[in-house]
Design a protein around this ligand. Sequence first.
Ligand code: GLA
Length: 330
Amino acid sequence: MRAAVGAAALAAMLFCGCGNGKSPADAGHVKIGFLVKQPDEPWFQNEWKFAQQCADSFGFTLIKIGATDGEKVLSAIDNLAAQGVGGFVICAPDVRLGSAIVGRARAQGLKVMSVDDRLVGSDGRYITEVPHLGISASEIGKTVGRALAAEMAVRGWDTAGTAVCAVTWEELQTTRERTDGAIGALVTAGFPEARVFKAPQRVADIPGAFDAVNAMLVQHPEIRRWLICGNNDNAVLGAVRAMEGRGYDAASVIGIGINGTDCIVEFEKDKPTGFFASILLSPKQHGFDTAAMMYRWIKDGAEPPGETYTAGILITRKTFREILSSQGLL
Ligand code: GLA
């Protein structure tokens, strides 16, 4: 009896060509991978949350993988292929892995599109064959710079005794454009360039920013008030913590982040801190829309647009609840 069932099952497998691990029910069922570089950052958790909403409403399977280094990315791609995935969306831990990622995806017959950080090839240029969705980094940086200048004016601070701390992560173009944009807008608003001090992060997280800013502060004990910009919320949070350790507080610091998703706990604190505002990006567009684009590409052969750039809006301690709730983020 057993042997008969086994033979029938084998025949069914051969008949439907399902020897690759897919069950007959899987035929035509779309599976999509979503790989992110920093799975513990709220920004990426929100991307995943919205990608999952897309999967639930379109009826495909989403496989979320935290790919924190090159080895993990490449084994994740093999793993996805073994699971019968048709393609994946990726924010790579290092964009210079671009050629390796595209090569492995092609070898496995998987479609690939990037989100947030655009892949670069071995020639150092963007890999333009890979569709990309990212933020309008330079514009968003300028919004930070203009908002810093406006709040400085509201507080009646003069430039003597005030300086800018720019927490930078210049390896990546999207993050370099943000801090360049912020500095550019401050200088356009009349802030002296000589009083802009960069604190380059060695690691792009809160402790990385904390260390970078501590090292910078040691060199400038004469500064009484600081404006802070950075590549994202975590960069500014690390800077604010470092400044607190040296006696600067909400009265002497104006910090404005980017993401708007990673500073909620900070805004919820009873007492204001130097973290004054953030530019809220759209994790819904980055998560839901990229997953939807990949789904249509796999299902209907509709290739996503080559480039899509998203905008952001300023949120503060006063406005964040209302704005985040309206976007399904609270
Ligand atoms: C980069 C940053 C993230 C987030 C995204 C937005 O990947 O590391 O924190 O700002 O860009 O696209």
